[in-house]
Ligand binder design. Structure first.
Ligand SMILES: O=P(O)(O)OC[C@H]1O[C@H](O[C@H]2O[C@H](CO)[C@@H](O)[C@H](O)[C@H]2O)[C@H](O)[C@@H](O)[C@@H]1O
Length: 263
């Protein structure tokens, strides 16, 4: 765990806390939850989960999780009340009024089926490589594979699926290469939620390459918080999930106008 938050981040959180209507939009893996080998076993740090619940309980404050995970997986690991917004599959799946909308057309279904055949054959032939099923595509996981198997899996996947010819979106993440028949981004999800909630300012936090789409749509008065290393356009950076949790707690405390002991 790290120490106190940087002074400029503390100032920015205080300023953000005063906005009339706040949207807190959060990536999950690597931002709230430390990485683990089995995606289903990932959980937000307890202090991150508590800070999210504290924000959710505040008036004029909305909380959204915007994740690369399939909606079902996000619901399983996030353990949030219905008052939170959930967006899965990098913006492709949106959960509203108790149901998740996603109707793939015939072409998308056919391309998804071909994708599964190609990626499953690659996973079956390489030690430590496996595919995660998502409604609009598949994630090729290499966290448990060696460097040679990872390189071969990714090269074959890109060559054999021919993303350009087949209208596939490819997203690179941490030890994962994702293929989807839909191309929505986390940036589009942030903008949709901004409009839907009437937010006057947004905090977006994320750790991975695909989160850069979320940072890119932030405006003056918003706050982008990068978790961990890597290039970013976010205005602020912290070391990882422990510090993200500390930032969220500080935001909740500032917005509640309460002393830490009252939250
Ligand atoms: O957008 P996120 O919420 O950050 O989700 C991104 C991907 O997260 C999951 O994979 C990553 O986390 C796993 C658990 O720590 C880890 O085993 C894997 O190596 C990481 O890539 C999830 O499985 C993917 O579907 C998400 O797209």
């Amino acid at each position: 765990m790290s120490g106190a938050l940087p002074a400029d981040l503390g100032d920015a959180l205080r300023q953000l806390a005063a906005t009339p209507r706040l949207l807190v939009a959060l990536d999950f893996d690597g931002t709230l939850a430390p990485e683990v080998d089995v995606p289903d076993e990932a959980r937000a740090l307890p202090e991150a989960h508590e800070a999210v619940l504290a924000l959710l309980a505040l008036p004029e404050t909305d909380v959204a999780f915007i994740s690369g995970r399939a909606m079902q997986s996000l619901q399983h690991v996030s353990r949030l009340p219905e008052t939170a917004f959930l967006v899965g599959s990098h913006g492709v799946e949106v959960h509203t009024d108790g149901r998740t909308e996603l109707d793939l057309d015939e072409s998308e279904l056919a391309r998804r089926a071909a994708l599964e055949t190609a990626l499953q054959a690659i996973a079956d032939s390489l030690e430590g490589v496996w595919i995660e099923t998502k409604p609009a595509g598949f994630a090729l996981h290499t966290r448990l594979a060696g460097d040679a198997e990872t390189a071969e899996a990714e090269a074959r996947a890109l060559a054999e699926t021919d993303p350009e010819a087949n209208g596939l979106t490819v997203r690179r993440g941490k030890n994962v290469l994702e293929f989807s028949v839909r191309s929505t981004t986390k940036g589009e999800a942030v903008e949709r939620l901004r409009a839907q909630t009437g937010a006057t300012a947004v905090l977006f936090a994320g750790d991975d390459v695909t989160d850069e789409d979320g940072f890119a749509v932030l405006r003056d008065g918003d706050l982008g918080l990068k978790s961990g290393q890597g290039e970013t356009v976010a205005s602020h950076r912290v070391a990882g999930p422990h510090d993200v949790a500390a930032a969220l707690r500080a935001l909740a405390e500032n917005r509640a106008g309460a002393s830490p002991s009252r939250l």
